[in-house]
Design a protein. Structure first.
Length: 326
């Protein structure tokens, strides 16, 4: 048996580039990008993409698992309670995609405000003379309302400010700085020309943007969702777009994914991307590197940079590290 075959196993759950994670794991672990059931039975660590389901049934198939590193921050498909009860750390990578997602949100807003979609169709169809019929807006001098003022929301605010936008913010978990803080969601949407969502999906945030809130939106506002698909009620958003309360909608996230077709998708003032704004070339590389480092940290007894289930280590004893125990 080769020395490589004897190394502890770390598996990929979904497409994970071995060239990015293997150098981080170094000679400590053997990375298996397409694991078999036998590989899962041996695995001490896993690097999981967003659509990978890590539930009790999966954990039963990987009884030696000590750490799951999620490429991103969403853990809706990870059973945190089951992982914690088994002493499995669920590592997340909150910083890697921050700039990429924020850039995507502002790019969507710019696309919609500048009406790139309808204007492209106009030129393609030879309707140059009708160019005056499509009003083009400005980001400068407008108001950006950021819902969810964590890392990504703050970065989106900085980018909006660079365009000359006034920035407002609301966060149900932690209050934004007083200079940008809104009293509540109704206050924010009534004052914002562009609304961008950067919240996790919780029971309290599901369909946060629905018919009731959209009654108070500033007429002609643009709505962008690069957070979680379940934050918005698609039917309510479509109705607001049809009657002019919204002038444009940008979506990078859906519920479920991939989504079923919705009439909103066919509207000329909608831009859609398949949950890729956080997966630019640089962000993807950084996410994989951070995930691999998180796996290695846990397996070598170090403190990982970010975990979704604090207290996971209480289910294990202060004995040897996972690598030493192999």
């Amino acid at each position: 048996m080769s020395e490589l075959a004897e190394l502890p196993v770390v598996v990929g759950l979904g497409p994970v580039d071995p060239d990015l994670v293997s150098p981080v794991l170094g000679g400590s672990c053997r990375f298996v990008p397409e694991p078999t059931e036998a590989d899962l039975a041996l695995a001490l660590g896993a690097i999981a993409r967003a659509d990978a389901v890590v539930n009790r049934e999966f954990l039963d198939r990987a009884p030696r698992l000590r750490v799951v590193a999620r490429t991103g921050v969403g853990v809706e498909r990870v059973d945190l309670a089951a992982a914690t009860s088994r002493g499995i750390a669920v590592v997340v990578t909150p910083g890697a995609g921050t700039t990429a997602v924020a850039e995507g949100a502002i790019a969507m807003a710019l696309h919609l405000v500048k009406r790139f979609g309808p204007l492209t169709s106009l030129v393609r169809s030879g309707r140059w003379a009708a160019r005056g019929s499509i009003p083009v807006g400005d980001l400068a001098g407008s108001v950006l309302g950021v819902i969810g003022y964590g890392r990504i929301g703050q970065r989106a605010g900085l980018l909006g400010a660079a365009f000359g936008m006034e920035v407002l913010a609301y966060d149900p978990v932690s209050e934004p700085p007083v200079e940008v803080r809104c009293a509540d969601l109704r206050d924010l949407v009534s004052r914002s020309d562009v609304i961008t969502l950067h919240l996790p999906l919780l029971e309290s945030t599901r369909h946060l943007v629905g018919s009731e809130l959209l009654c108070h939106v500033r007429p002609g506002a643009v709505l962008v969702n690069c957070g979680r698909g379940g934050l918005i009620d698609l039917d309510a958003v479509y109705a607001a777009l049809q009657d002019g309360r919204l002038s444009g909608v940008g979506l990078d996230v859906f519920d479920p994914e991939p989504p079923k077709h919705h009439p909103l998708f066919d509207h000329a003032d909608v831009v859609l991307t398949p949950h890729l704004m956080g997966l630019s070339r640089r962000a993807t590389a950084a996410t994989f590197v951070d995930a691999a480092q998180g796996v290695l940290d846990v397996l070598t007894g170090q403190v990982p940079a970010a975990v979704a289930n604090p207290g996971w280590e209480q289910a294990t004893g202060p004995t040897t590290t996972a690598l030493e125990a192999t």
